[in-house]
Design a binder for this molecule. Structure first.
Ligand SMILES: O=C(O)c1ccc[n+]([C@@H]2O[C@H](COP(=O)([O-])O)[C@@H](O)[C@H]2O)c1
Ligand SMILES: Cc1cc2nc[nH]c2cc1C
Length: 364
């Protein structure tokens, strides 16, 4: 069995007994029922992931920033030059990016993974080189990746999840870096949800109106040339894992595939994975198409300003914890959500019950 096949076979849904126990416990705690809003569902979700209630507090966290370049950059879909991908990788490794500051704030270790940067990077502590290609092909002209490249990138992500959990991480956070990757994200979201390109394509790093119009056309062309535009909603590329892999290879990026693998790896290990922005959301659609139960192991860290992100999260049935109009990527929104996820779990360990504290319950 390949690493991908083995990982897919290991993924199970949330544990129903732990979920039921966690719900019942929430209702015994000294607070009005439901008073912790969405955090109650996070606590229940963590119990379902760990298959125990109360669930362990998911710390320490580890962030993996998957970096790659995109052939579609040649279509003028980003205002930034491609070399910014490589330059930002150097910035992450030097500790100078926003992701580093946020990781320090929440005590998360940072790993940078080169799965497809279009340049060779010098070895550095914190850098994992698992380069599948020097960037993808232009998805508006044909498939961005071969099936084999997509599987290699998925398996690179699985390997990182396994390694970080093996080193003691109890929560994984997705991060990405790749100039032009919001175009690939929009194409993935169209292909997996059946929505129109104009609804899900956004300004990314900040394109002007003219470039946005071109970007929407590039996404439409990508779907058309790859045979993904004429299926029923949600199954434009067909149903099942093989179709999911074909769709991912056709219009995804190497970092999207690696992030999908990272999500699958976390799910197989029953470790919660906090999703960052639109790149992670679109990658999670691919992971969910490969293994629907993987979604049970995900927490949506935030909702980014990119319009496709809300569409992806709705399709996954995930509610974002933080909404600050962030549109940076790197894992920044996921990191900010980590203390909320830990607080949700801590409540389950430390808050007294009505019985134990001698607090009178409301009238029946
Ligand atoms: O996380 C997001 O939702 C997000 C939204 C807009 C832009 N980004 C980041 O910006 C880069 C892609 O933007 P663009 O305009 O080059 O496609 C890439 O490095 C992403 O990490 C990320
Ligand atoms: C400067 C810069 C930093 C980023 N971090 C993630 N994507 C990015 C894109 C740019 C352009």
């Amino acid at each position: 069995m390949t690493t991908l096949e083995q990982t897919l076979a290991e993924i199970r849904p949330a544990d129903p007994d732990a979920v039921a126990e966690a719900r019942a416990h929430q209702d015994r705690l000294t607070k009005p029922r439901g008073a912790l809003g969405a955090l109650e569902e996070v606590a229940v979700r963590l119990a379902g992931i760990a298959a125990v209630s109360p669930p362990p507090i998911p710390e320490p966290a580890a962030l993996a920033i998957f970096a790659a370049d995109h052939g579609v950059h040649a279509q003028g879909v980003s205002p930034w030059p491609q070399e910014v991908t490589r330059q930002m990788v150097a910035n992450f490794l030097a500790g100078g990016a926003v992701a580093n500051a946020f990781a320090n704030q929440v005590g998360a270790a940072v790993t940078v993974v080169d799965v497809g940067v279009a340049a060779d990077l010098p070895p550095a502590p914190g850098l994992v080189v698992d380069k599948v290609a020097y960037g993808t092909a232009d998805l508006s002209q044909g498939p961005a990746m071969t099936g084999r490249q997509a599987v290699s990138a998925l398996e690179a992500g699985i390997a990182v999840a396994r390694r970080l959990v093996g080193q003691g991480a109890r929560c994984l956070v997705t991060g990405d870096m790749g100039i032009a990757n919001t175009t690939a994200s929009a194409a993935l979201i169209c292909a997996f949800t059946g929505r129109d390109a104009a609804e899900v394509t956004g300004r990314g790093t900040g394109v002007d109106d003219e470039t946005l119009t071109r970007k929407v056309e590039v996404v439409r062309r990508a779907l058309r040339v790859n045979g993904l535009s004429d299926g029923p909603a949600g199954t434009a590329g067909g149903a099942g894992p093989e179709a999911a892999l074909r769709t991912l290879a056709a219009v995804g990026g190497l970092e999207h595939a690696a992030i999908a693998g990272f999500v699958l790896g976390a799910a197989a290990l029953r470790v919660p994975v906090i999703l960052d922005g639109v790149i992670a959301g679109s990658a999670a659609l691919a992971a969910a198409a490969l293994a629907p139960d993987a979604v049970d192991h995900c927490v949506a860290g935030h909702r980014s300003a990119e319009p496709g992100h809300a569409v992806a999260l709705a399709h996954l049935g995930l509610r974002p914890l933080v909404e600050l109009e962030l549109r940076l990527g790197e894992g920044t929104g996921g990191l900010l959500a980590h203390p909320l996820v830990c607080a949700a779990a801590r409540v389950m360990h430390e808050v007294a019950t009505f019985d134990s504290a001698g607090v009178t319950e409301k009238d029946a």
